[in-house]
Design a protein around this ligand. Structure first.
Ligand code: SF4
Length: 436
């Protein structure tokens, strides 16, 4: 049977599903990257599966070799991908580079390396509409708006659309976004909250409240749970709208006695430090709570702390906040605790201010300092003392609060910032309000 009888065009255009080799970071981290690098990109795999095969052929391709494709789809997962794009997309490409994904928001620092950017979700048939050149409210096209000055929206999730995997099964999402809206959380303020979960109980990784400490499901900790406090004490958690009290932490620890599992419970706990009002020397009340609960529980528990440095993200109530350049990593190492039943182990991957400052800088890059890439996109950047880098950032005003965010031209719509919460948070940041 010929391809035309199957409705397949003889002149199908080639869509490359791009992945990075990331030599800078793989060398630095000692990791070996290969073609399997894109395996975690379940969102990109899902989008690729929806591409109309009658008009397009599709294949995974290293972005540096994408000189013969017509389109190159790239998922931006984190701020590392701003680096990857600048480093690996060929300068002599003729293909159209289309980026999307969770880190695709302030595209100004990579605007020379991309042609189309998709903000928010790309569900259902959206990818075929984008490939066909259709103008959409959440899609930037360099051909129409070379300086990224237009107004855009953020695509909302459609969890009812069919999900198929190109290279394997794609997990069906039960929810997108989060209704809690912690003040620092880009995920909850950028995404509309959508859920099709019929479960009323907590379900790690697929449901609302998935990382809320008081919702931790001890039974899942037999294999390793994930949860978060995101503030070292009640006062800071109140300031960032993650209102978990010390007593609730102790009560949660004591509830482990009801767990059906009698082996070692393990959980990773995300902690955030480096908020604008903090200075090194922080105590973590989780450690105090563990000390208090240790002799009152009859299960074994290991908490591994995963600490992140606060980064002001766009579209959040904290988007205008100053960046705190202090180094809290040594501080966090002092949070180790070893009781009879509970052990708290600070992680080795705690984020440094160097990486966090870079992310903060990219988040609010406004097109000024066009030489930043030449300065920081080098091994010299990674080897130079933080103090040297810090001086540059300081001279650029990164450590000061800003008046207006450069991503104001993208509206997250109903998912965006609650003005009341924004005013309350800004008052706290400037010392006018009291934390509740
Ligand atoms: S930090 Fe977690 S609980 Fe808070 S808004 Fe974000 S996803 Fe929700």
């Amino acid at each position: 049977m010929c391809t035309e009888m199957l409705g397949v065009s003889e002149n199908r255009r080639l869509v490359g599903i791009g992945y990075f080799k990331n030599p800078l970071f793989s060398e630095r981290d000692g990791r070996v990257e290969n073609d399997a690098y894109m395996q975690p990109y379940s969102g990109l795999r899902d989008v690729a599966a929806r591409i109309d095969r009658r008009s397009y052929s599709v294949k995974p391709i290293y972005v540096g070799a994408a000189t013969e494709t017509d389109y190159l789809l790239i998922s931006m997962i984190s701020f590392y991908d701003f680096y990857n794009l600048r480093d690996e997309v060929p300068a002599n490409r003729s293909c159209q580079v289309i980026v999307g994904g969770p880190a695709c928001h302030n595209i100004r620092s990579v605007i020379d390396h991309i042609d189309v950017a998709v903000f928010g979700r790309c569900d259902g048939n959206a990818i075929n509409r984008i490939l066909s050149g259709e103008r959409m409210p959440n899609v930037w096209r360099k051909s129409d708006d070379p300086m990224f000055e237009g107004r855009y929206t953020v695509g909302a999730a459609d969890l009812n659309s069919d999900q198929r995997g190109l290279f394997g099964p794609v997990h069906t999402e039960k929810s997108v976004g989060c209704p809690v809206k912690c003040s620092f959380c880009f995920y909850s303020h950028w995404n509309h909250f959508v859920s099709n979960s019929t479960e009323s109980r907590y379900s790690s990784g697929t449901a609302p409240y998935e990382d809320y400490f008081t919702q931790l499901d001890w039974s899942r900790c037999a294999r390793g749970g994930v949860t978060a406090l995101d503030g070292v004490n009640e006062q800071t958690r109140g300031r960032v709208n993650k209102r978990i009290s010390y007593k609730q932490i102790v009560d949660k620890l004591l509830s482990i006695n009801d767990s059906d599992y009698h082996g070692l419970h393990r959980a990773k706990v995300y902690i955030m430090y480096g908020y604008p009002w903090e200075s090194p020397g922080l105590a973590l009340d989780l450690v105090d709570a563990c000390r208090e609960a240790d002799s009152r529980i009859d299960r074994k528990l290991l908490f591994k702390l995963q600490c992140s440095h606060f980064i002001p993200f766009p579209k959040t109530p904290m988007e205008l906040a100053a960046f705190n350049p202090n180094n809290f990593r040594d501080n966090a190492r002092e949070w180790a605790f070893e009781g009879n039943n509970i052990r708290v182990a600070p992680g080795f991957t705690n984020q440094s201010p160097r990486l966090s400052a870079l992310s903060a800088f990219l988040n609010r890059y406004d097109g000024k300092h066009p030489d930043w890439g030449a300065l920081f996109f080098t091994r010299r950047f990674w080897k130079s003392p933080w103090k040297t880098v810090e001086e540059t950032y300081r001279s650029w005003g990164l450590f000061d609060p800003i008046d207006r965010h450069p991503l104001d031209n993208v509206s997250a719509g109903s998912a965006g910032v609650d003005r009341h919460q924004l005013n309350e948070t800004q008052d706290l940041l400037t010392g006018k309000g009291d934390p509740k």
